[in-house]
Design a protein around this ligand. Structure first.
Ligand code: 5CA
Ligand code: ZN
Length: 424
């Protein structure tokens, strides 16, 4: 699928090191140093009610990571999916009387415009699940043939175009752990009770009869009346959620890529299960580092489509908010904290943007502080688990004292933080 326009990213004198990043699996900082090309997969949107500020904060965090890698001299290969067939999307389409394909396409288009306005680096591979149905079906077939997938009786299943009635297929987590090095919880480190609770909350079906283990996730959903379906070797139906990301990531990036990213709501079951599927398919780990962003809340709850407590990037933009201010408001929070969006945060960011524009757009020196050393300090902050609030604090004090080369400071703000302070 088409992504969106890439922002200009100037190169800076000198060079950053590889970033240190928090890894959920080991719960510590690890050096995200690629051998050659940094390979990044970030879970994309389920396209309805896009793009809220939680989405924007998550994609901005991985945009910052890429800017640090680029500044450190690494090439980056970035892949992202679009979950354009899934229960919540289909439910929304039915509730609003819109065709699910139209809903998905219009929301992906809105997401593209928002990402472009925010100056977020686009993925090299932007892949919708509807584009890889055959690959997903082939992966499920492979798992079934290896004894890692099994059918559960599905009375609601209807005949596909070939007249055959299929069954839902599940991943056998116990068998997968016997056959591979993968262990459930390797990535999330959660105990079983917590897993069971989160599984039920996040699209799983722990109580379904006929499953071998309550936590076994669905790989393939047999055709149902009124639902989209595709013919396949595992019967007519559609992909499960976790296998979608395993297949797209393996296809575009290969195994053992540098960083798997997403919001912390994906730690379990999504990323644990995606890693399990990938290990069962390839015999290798999915990624080296599992990186997760905190949740943005609004009005006392996690900002989410299902609750409807949303602040949309497009809404702010159409109200006249400068996208650079949105970006600065999000950068003022550390990507791993859970935080609440409020209006005053936007006003602070607008104030900061005005301050940077007047401090760093001058052609002449505004003070004696070295812009080169400001860049080094900003680099240190970002290398330390993408500490953007600390980087902004460095720039705030440089704006106060003035610098010997404002244009160089502006270039660094553009390259590393994606904000062009030289524009009107
Ligand atoms: N399509 C799946 C991933 S395969 C999905 O989670 N889609 S989503 O539209 O719900 O979310 C897209 C991305 O935004 C995910 O990485 C998710 O973790 C992140 N996200 C969702 N809500 C928030 C929030 N309130 N704060 C921060 N990040 C969020
Ligand atoms: Zn995903």
């Amino acid at each position: 699928m088409r992504a969106w326009k890439r922002p200009d990213i100037p190169s800076l004198p000198g060079r950053s090191g590889a970033p240190w990043l928090h890894d959920t699996a080991t719960n510590g900082l690890v050096e995200a140093r690629p051998a050659d090309v940094a390979r990044l997969y970030v879970c994309g949107i389920t396209p309805y009610d896009a793009t809220h500020l939680g989405h924007a904060a998550t994609y901005l965090a991985f945009d910052t990571l890429q800017r640090v890698w680029l500044d450190a001299g690494f090439r980056v290969h970035y892949a992202q999916n679009v979950t354009d067939v899934d229960d919540p999307l289909l439910e929304r389409a039915i509730a609003t009387g819109v065709d699910w394909r139209e809903l998905a396409e219009s929301q992906v288009e809105l997401f593209r415009t928002d990402m472009e306005a925010l100056g977020i680096i686009p993925p090299d591979d932007y892949v919708a699940v509807t584009e890889v149905i055959d690959e997903v079906a082939a992966a499920v077939t492979k798992l079934r043939d290896a004894g890692l997938a099994y059918a559960v009786e599905t009375p609601e299943a209807v005949a596909g175009a070939d007249g055959a009635v299929g069954s839902d297929l599940y991943f056998d987590i116990v068998a997968a752990q016997e056959l591979t090095d993968w262990r459930l919880g390797d990535e999330s480190n959660l105990d079983r009770d917590t897993m069971l609770a989160l599984f039920a909350e996040r699209g799983g079906d722990p109580d379904r009869e006929g499953k071998r283990d309550s936590l076994d996730p669905m790989l393939w959903r047999a055709a149902r009346a009124g639902e989209p379906q595709w013919a396949s070797a595992v019967g007519a139906g559609r992909p499960g959620w976790h296998i979608e990301c395993s297949v797209i990531a393996l296809k575009e990036l290969g195994t053992d890529f540098t960083v798997q990213g997403g919001g912390s709501d994906l730690v379990f079951p999504h990323h644990d299960m995606s890693a399990g599927h990938a290990a069962a398919l390839s015999g290798h780990p999915l990624a080296g580092v599992y990186s997760h962003t905190g949740m943005v809340a609004y009005q006392g709850e996690k900002m989410s489509k299902s609750l409807g407590n949303l602040v949309l990037v497009s809404g702010l933009r159409s109200g006249g908010t400068d996208p650079r201010a949105i970006r600065l408001a999000l950068l003022a929070q550390h990507y791993r904290t859970n935080w609440t969006w409020t209006e005053p945060l936007l006003h602070e960011a607008e104030h900061r943007l005005a301050r940077y524009r007047s401090a760093f757009s001058a052609a002449e020196p505004t003070g004696t502080a070295s812009a080169g050393s400001v860049i080094e300090r900003v680099r240190e902050c970002l290398n330390n688990d993408l500490d953007t609030p600390a980087a902004l604090a460095v720039l705030d004090s440089a704006a106060d004292t003035g610098v010997d080369n404002p244009a160089l400071a502006a270039l660094a703000i553009s390259a590393l933080l994606g904000v062009d302070v030289t524009k009107a």
